[in-house]
Every structure is written in C-alpha cells, then in structure tokens.
Write a protein that binds this ligand. Structure first.
Ligand code: UD1
Length: 349
C-alpha cells in the first residue's frame, strides 16, 4: 500500500512525524515537501531533530502570492501523483500546501485523507479557513480532533468518513514529555513570557504590529519573542527597529524541542498560532491568543486560553490568572496517528 503525504509548512513537519512513525511496516510513504517553508530553521531543522526521513520529493516552490504559490505546487504535485500512482493522499491542516495536495488528489480521483479536519474559525478572511473548508468537502476520510469539529462538519452536511481520533500534535507532545526530551533544551532565561506572532491580521498593517509590540514592551515581565520570518520581514519593511523594544528579546524561529522548552519554562504564552494554543494547554501554561476567534475552542475552558484582540490592555492581568485545572485528555490520549493509519488501511482494502 502506497500513500503520498504532502507537507510544506512548519506545523506540517511536526504533524508528519507521528504519522510517519505509525506507517512504519504497514504503509509505504512517499513524502512531498512543497518548499512553502524553506529557511533552515523553518524546515530542515525539524527533519534533523526529529530524525525524520528526508522528503522523497522537494518542490522548492517558496514564497509568493497565494494563487501563484498554490498553482505552482499543484503543477508539480500532479506530476508526482501521476508518476507514483498512490492508493491515497494525506494532507495536514490548513495551509496552501494542504489545499494544493487536496485539489490535485481529488481531480485525479485518488482517495484523500485530511488530518486535522473539521476545525473552523468562521472567519473567511483567513486563508487557512478557506483552505480547510475546501479540503474537508473533497476528502474521503476526515480525521477530527474533537466533538466540536465533528459538529462543525455535520453543520455543513459532511458526515461520511468522519472519525474523531484525537489530535496528532498531542501524540508528539506526549512522546516528548513522556521521555523527558525537553530538559536538555531548557533555556537559561527565567521569569519571562514567551511570544510568537505571525498571522496577517497582526502583522500586515504597520499600526497593528506596532500596537502589538508596544503592548509586549509594557508587560511586567520580559518577553522572549520567537520571530517568524514573515513578521521579521514586515517589521523591517515598516522601518521598525526591533532593538528599540527593550523589554522584548527577539530570537530566531526555534526547533521543535527548543520551542516547547521555551514555552514550558515560561510564565505564559502570547501567540496567534493555532498549534501553540494546544501545546500551551498540554504543558499547563496560561495562553493569551491575540485573535478574535480560535479553532481550538476547548482550550478556552476555565480561561486556560483567553482571546484578546482589539484592546490588549488586559494582557498583564489575564496572564496572572491561572485556571483551576487542566484536562490531561484534551484532544485524545496521544495515539491518534495509529488510529488514522488503521482507518486508512481499512478504507483502501
Ligand atoms: C503559513 C500558513 C499558516 C501557518 C504558518 C506557520 C498558509 C496560507 N499559511 O503561513 O497557516 O500558521 O505557515 O508558520 O499556508 N518566509 C521566509 N522563510 C520561510 C518561510 C516563510 O522568509 O522559510 C517568509 C516569506 O517572507 C513569506 C512569508 O514568510 O513571504 C509568508 O510565508 P508563507 O508560508 O506564505 O505563509 P505563513 O505566513 O508562514
């Protein structure tokens, strides 16, 4: 049995690791890396650190406007799928790489399996929302992390092929914490908040990005900010001098282990990332999400995660309030990848 898996952006390398492990000895995996993310510390470092097989194909599509980027990916993915004739195609999450893989598989009538299906922000201005809605509607198997995601799909009339299996990122966090793998990556710094901000609505406008940075500048603990290349490039294009922010230490994008270690050792997280809201929850760190909405609504229970957007003045107060407890089984018990592989094998047979 032969499956093509499409990856391309940082969160997908992470999600691919448990899936690759679960495929071993059961399914031949052909991995296509679109090249959406290409910097060493946005891509290569994850393969090395997690000891993942190198991609079977790398497309070097790189950055560009959405249509151009997605179109270039589709042209190349189509050729690979026609040449390799897989029994199915796996796509992860909601990036342009996800949509490109999904459209090609669907048009070539190859069974399509979507990992992390059913999530919704109900904000169609987010490219990710469009990518995930379209992908869900053409998928044959939809692996969803939660009951809310099942209901979202039901509300759109998608019921066939939907399996609630937990979240694949939980598999990895459980593996890492269970094997105490973060200890050697612990940062020297103490008593700080950790921050990651890269979404278009926080970065694509000079005034907005300045407001976010000025808010972090005023916090009562120092902030360690892992700087996504998109945020770095935009800040520089606005003429912002990051060195002017004395309370913020900007660091390069981190490897998987270092990123989690920074988070685990922090006093709280400030983010607009999807995945890090869950990682903060599993590592029991208070999270402030700088967005109007979240796809991961379950993390909001007991204020473990708080949404703030227009008015950020409450960040300090909110960071100090701790939830009463954390549900250790949120998004499954860490065995979702093997459940997915079993369902895929069943489907193909
Ligand atoms: C993408 C995903 C987003 C995900 C994020 C994780 C889409 C629509 N969005 O957003 O869902 O949360 O990845 O990181 O697919 N850049 C570099 N080097 C790189 C990668 C990016 O310099 O290795 C810069 C470029 O300036 C590029 C910009 O970042 O133009 C945006 O990159 P892109 O992959 O298009 O989207 P992200 O904003 O990273």
């Amino acid at each position: 049995m032969k499956i093509v898996a499409i990856i391309g952006a940082r969160p997908q390398f992470i999600k691919h690791f448990p899936f690759e492990l679960a495929c071993k000895g059961k399914v031949d995996l052909i991995t296509v890396h679109t090249g959406q993310h290409y910097d060493e510390n946005m891509s290569e470092i994850f393969f090395t650190q997690l000891n993942m097989s190198p991609p079977s194909f790398t497309l070097h599509v790189g950055s560009g406007p959405h249509g151009e980027q997605t179109g270039k990916m589709m042209i190349e993915i189509e050729k690979i799928i026609e040449d390799t004739k897989p029994d199915g195609v796996v796509v992860y999450g909601d990036t342009n790489s996800t949509l490109a893989g999904a459209l090609v598989a669907s048009k070539l009538h190859i069974p399509l399996f979507h990992i992390e299906a059913g999530l919704r922000s109900f904000n169609k201005k987010m490219p990710e929302e469009v990518n995930r809605v379209l992908t869900d509607h053409i998928s044959d198997l939809l692996f969803v992390p939660s009951g809310i995601a099942v209901q979202n799909l039901k509300d759109e009339g998608v019921e066939k092929g939907v399996y609630e299996v937990g979240d694949i990122m939980k598999d990895l966090v459980q593996y890492v914490t269970g094997n105490d793998l973060l200890r050697e990556h612990s940062p020297k710094e103490k008593n700080y908040y950790y921050a990651t901000i890269h979404r278009p609505y926080n970065t694509d406008d000079k005034e907005r990005l300045t407001y976010v940075l000025e808010t972090l500048e005023q916090l009562d603990k120092k902030v360690i900010f892992s700087l996504h290349p998109r945020t770095k490039n935009l800040a520089s294009s606005y003429g912002l001098n990051l060195e002017d922010y004395m309370n913020i230490s900007f660091i390069e994008p981190q490897s998987y282990f270092s990123n989690l270690a920074y988070l685990q050792n922090s006093e709280g997280l400030i983010t607009d990332s999807g995945g890090m809201q869950k990682e903060a929850y599993w590592l029991k760190r208070k999270c402030i999400t700088i967005r109007k909405e979240t796809e991961w609504k379950e993390t909001l229970v007991d204020n473990a995660n708080i949404l703030l957007f227009q008015d950020l003045s409450k960040i300090n107060d909110e960071l100090e309030k701790q939830p009463h407890s954390y549900n250790i089984n949120l998004y499954g018990q860490g065995s979702s990848a093997s459940k997915m592989v079993d369902k895929i094998i069943q489907f193909i047979n």
